[in-house]
Design a protein around this ligand. Structure first.
Ligand code: SAM
Length: 296
């Protein structure tokens, strides 16, 4: 059966309303998926209702997710940082007072070469012509060609100017470097997972880090291979989400992902008996998530 066919077959067990789906897993864990722009949909959710948010937004100018109003393709880095910070402001309202946000974000280089650097013959997600990071102008801040932009820290610093408390800058060591064809610098092998608290007092459980003998704030986890179903969301590994939930979400606590993609956060949350809510702008990704979550 194709994904749309499975989707239709499953529809009868799921409560649907325009652009949203709700279901309950076999072990009685509720989930919901909302199709739409993260910032807009977030305003429609209840304040103070989530214990934990685990998410990975589109990285700056790295992919075209093929939907209008997508985040990530802004002309300037300032615009991107501003938009992402305003989504995260909304996330903060939705978290309970003792809630945590885990924000996974990677960096981008500024090439300024005047020709597309994003071309990847194997993926049409990376064929989107002359990106702002290929044009002259230094992505609006006048940085030198070939510079790493420092996107994660620009976002983290901007968020720190609001009410968020930045408690940890966890390194996700990807175990294998990115497949970059570079000869004049080391290949990149890590990304950040920023742990933000809504308030200075919050839920945190260090025990799983001790029990699993994890290197505290350096998490070595292999990257996830591409999904077999042709859904290319740049998914993060289950283990990354598992660790965030282990340390940052109490038993039965509700989990949110405003950039849910293929639904990794929701799937791992449900497996761990945590109610889960996901938002994504791409209708195909939402359908995929509904189909996948219905299997639980
Ligand atoms: C890096 S991917 C998330 C991948 C996800 N963590 C997974 O494991 O599959 C970012 C997602 O953000 C979605 N997105 C882009 N702009 C959005 C927006 N304005 N509102 C909601 N979702 C958006 C994209 O469709 C994409 O699925």
């Amino acid at each position: 059966m194709s994904i749309p066919q499975i989707f239709d077959a499953l529809k009868s067990n799921i409560i649907t309303s325009p652009n949203s789906w709700q279901g309950v897993s076999a072990s009685n864990v509720p989930w919901s998926i909302h199709e739409g722009d993260a910032r807009t949909v977030l305003t429609q959710l209840d304040d103070n209702s989530f214990n934990c948010c685990v998410t990975s937004p589109p990285y700056y100018n790295l992919r075209d997710y093929g939907v209008e109003n997508q985040l990530g393709l802004e002309e300037t880095i300032t615009e991107y940082v501003g938009k992402l910070t305003s989504v995260m402001d909304e996330v903060r309202k939705k978290l309970k007072t003792d809630g945590l946000l885990f924000l996974n974000i990677g960096d981008t280089y500024y090439s300024g070469k005047g020709q597309s650097q994003g071309t990847d013959r194997k993926s049409n997600k990376r064929r989107f012509g002359l990106r702002p990071v290929d044009k002259s102008g230094g992505v609006g801040i006048g940085i030198q060609r070939k510079s790493v932009i420092g996107v994660p820290w620009r976002v983290a610093i901007e968020m720190s100017k609001t009410d968020w408390v930045l408690r940890s800058a966890i390194i996700w060591h990807r175990a294998r470097g990115l497949p970059e064809a570079v000869l004049d610098r080391p290949r990149r092998s890590y990304e950040y997972v920023f742990m933000f608290a809504k308030d200075r007092k919050y839920y945190f459980n260090r025990q799983p880090l001790i029990e699993k003998n994890i290197d505290e704030d350096v998490w070595t986890i292999p990257p996830r291979p591409k999904l077999p179903d042709g859904i290319d969301t740049a998914p993060y590994p289950d283990e990354l989400v598992q660790r965030c939930i282990d340390i940052g979400c109490p038993e039965g606590g509700a989990v949110l992902d405003p950039f849910a993609g293929s639904g990794t956060t929701l799937r791992v949350a449900i497996k761990n008996h945590r109610p889960a809510t996901g938002i994504d702008l791409n209708p195909d990704f939402c359908r995929y998530m509904v189909t996948e979550l219905s299997k639980y």
